[in-house]
Design a binder for this molecule. Sequence first.
Ligand code: SF4
Length: 358
Amino acid sequence: MPSSVSIYDSAAIDRLRAELKFEPRRLRALRTVYFKKFLGNEAALAELPEEVREPFAQRVVFHPLAVAESADSQLDGATKLVLRTTAGYAIETVIMRTGTGRVSLCVSSQVGCAAACGFCATGQMGVAKNLTSAELLDQVVLAGEHMCNEERAVRNIVFMGMGEPFHNEAAIYEAITALLAPELFHYPPRRILISTVGIPDAMLRCARRFPALNLALSLHSARQATREKLIPLAAKYPLDDLRAALAQLHEIQRQPVMIEYLMLAGVNDSLADAADLAAWLEGLDVHVNLIPYNSIAAVPNWQTTERPERDAFATVLRKAGFVVTIRYSLGADIAAACGQLVQTENRQLAQQQAMSAQ
Ligand code: SF4
């Protein structure tokens, strides 16, 4: 029996077209319907000559992920899709409808995460498995199809969900290449953002390869000891190396890097922390984003900074000349902070698989 091919494997799909002997323009039409209009696989197949629809459909896997659950926030415009991989793991993709009417999609890059940040449900899963590029792209398509029902489209794609994108570099680059490709998704690079806890070499590699793409650094503290407490991986990548990478990035990209700063009461939110941050950022082209914290059950002791302290922190940075925004976490009532819904389930599945492998 001939092997099946993924709709996201362009070279294999081109070979299948040649094998089934239908015109290239029919495949282009299918791709437009599937990747740009998000009308689904049935509508896409309707673009093919009738006699090849069935053989094409039998050979092609359209969705490597299955939608297991969808939860709408009653507080704001977030929708969380829980998606299942063929191996049985659950991942989350979050659709964020902002006040301006724009829609952003928060894509997961891994099941679990080896960065093991103490404040993050994904980091507590005790698993770290890379998603394939097809699984990354399928999140975009499934969210696009979801939004199609509302006659809206996903405008921005942020790799800020479960996982550290630069621990899955090859699949991320493959997916971004497809997202930018005119014959596939054709997203403008300025509408794609990769958020990392800070792996300097990878940040530079990414910027060289995709200079117009946006990068965000989850800094969370300009003090090495505090940063390591929040992000264990930070011990491997000291602040001095990160700062040097940010300076080099500016040479390559000539656009500001987003600095993400999660605000945790009594941990990293004092005025002295703000002054240290301003000093650390001096001379860099950055935009600082202060993020109120969504508490998670796994670490109930950490709480978000209250508004007056948050505003005072922002004032210190603004007086130092930085552009500062405060981003409210969307979907607090549906546990939209990454990995919260699927944490226990994935940990159990990983344990079962480890035991059956023994
Ligand atoms: S915050 Fe991001 S990098 Fe840190 S553990 Fe969670 S998913 Fe990984």
